[in-house]
Design a protein around this ligand. Structure first.
Ligand SMILES: Cc1ncc(COP(=O)(O)O)c(C=O)c1O
Length: 381
């Protein structure tokens, strides 16, 4: 089947967060992480059917959903998950907050590596934890966890390690060896691991398989809460549906207690979309990843050729982490004036970077890249 990712769909007037930020201005939005593609046909059909039915009462997960998710985790990541290990959540950020709330006590510490998806930094603080940020290290062109600094940063009050894999914003797919090294530290210092794997369906490099950290061994699994969702891969963030996989019964019970009374159910539409995503949309996903890979290659080639910008390999996600010459101050504002809306790196805890979302039709990406290039090229008089 052919899917048309080239179609430019007008999202203006749909209250899209991404586009409304620049309503009435000629700025191409390439900031927040959703894609400008229509979702997979099977998902659209499932949603239409649900609407046709017309009754939207409180809804449990569809009976086959946990089995379908478990089967896809086994097929894609050789992870044997029992259906009862799943806990459904109305969003992954809810999961980050919930884990922060469930693990440790007020004033205990949570550690993560920066730059990182910003709710990793705010969620624990909202839940009255302190936050320790360990800067990632550039090894050649590769962003890696700085294990020495991580070990040094862990205190007796550190209870939780937040991992983002594949990593937003640096686009890494951490290898089995890298994950094992992190897991060893978590074991030695008795930390719970919360692993946000929301981007696992968007691996672009064919030779870098996603490894779920919970598959590394029984002890790692017992201390790990994995957070996942169909929302990035299938472009469903507006439908609010995510889940935690927790094999440790005691840990799962803690999460359920922490959620009581404050975390709403997933909506009927969110469940319908998730089921159609995991059960019926693998072909669309493969086509999407092929399309994103070409976008990625185009972006890397163009950005690498621009004076003042640098970019590291994007192994997964549709997000590029772009270094900006320090002489170019306030880079996000600079590019916004040039007609391209990017996220400032400071949002993710790092100065001198912007993050660009290339999950869009190629024509839009081309236009955005051309605007960036011409903003950087001094005009001839
Ligand atoms: C690493 C990561 N986790 C979570 C989310 C958001 O999840 P949700 O919309 O389900 O809260 C994003 C969105 O960009 C993300 O990149």
């Amino acid at each position: 089947m052919n899917f048309d990712f080239d179609e430019v769909i007008d999202r203006r007037g749909t209250s899209a967060v991404k586009w409304d930020k620049y309503a009435g201005r000629d700025v191409i939005p390439m900031w927040v992480a959703d894609m400008d593609f229509r979702s997979a046909p099977a998902i659209l059909d499932a949603l239409k059917q649900r609407v046709e039915h017309g009754v939207f009462g409180y809804t449990d997960p569809p009976p086959e959903l946990n089995d379908v998710v478990a089967a896809s985790l086994e097929r894609d990541y050789a992870w044997k998950v029992r259906p009862e290990w799943l806990m459904w959540l109305p969003g992954l950020v809810t999961g980050i907050n919930l884990v922060s709330r469930a693990i440790g006590d007020d004033g205990d510490d949570v550690v993560t590596a920066v730059p990182v998806y910003h709710p990793f930094l705010s969620g624990p603080v909202y839940q009255r934890r302190t936050m320790t940020r360990v800067p990632m290290r550039l090894e050649g062109a590769k962003w890696i966890w700085d294990l020495e600094r991580l070990e040094a940063a862990i205190t007796p009050r550190t209870r939780l390690l937040l991992l983002c894999n594949p990593h937003n914003p640096v686009g890494r797919v951490f290898s089995r060896g890298e994950l094992s090294a992190l897991a060893r530290i978590a074991e030695k210092r008795d930390l719970i691991i919360a692993s946000d794997e929301i981007h696992c369906g968007l691996v672009l490099d064919r030779d870098k398989p996603h490894v779920c950290i919970a598959t590394l061994g029984a002890d790692v699994a017992a201390r790990t809460i994995t957070l996942m969702s169909a929302s990035k891969t299938f472009n469903l963030p507006g439908l609010g549906c995510a889940f935690a996989v927790v094999s440790n019964d005691e840990l799962r019970a803690r999460l359920i207690r922490a959620a009581a009374g404050i975390v709403p159910r997933v909506t009927a539409m969110g469940f319908a979309a998730a089921l159609a995503a995991y059960r019926d949309s693998a072909e669309w996903q493969r086509a999407l990843v092929d399309y994103l890979r070409v976008n990625r290659d185009l972006l890397i080639e163009r950005i690498s050729a621009m004076a003042g910008l640098s970019v590291t390999p994007v192994e997964a996600t549709y997000l590029a982490w772009i270094g900006v010459d320090p002489r170019l101050r306030e880079p996000a504002e600079f590019f916004e004036r040039a007609g391209v809306g990017l996220y400032d790196g400071r949002v993710f805890g790092a100065e001198g970077y912007v993050r660009l979302n290339f999950g869009c039709p190629r024509a839009l990406l081309e236009r955005g890249l051309a605007r960036i290039a011409s903003a950087l090229t001094p005009r001839s008089r």
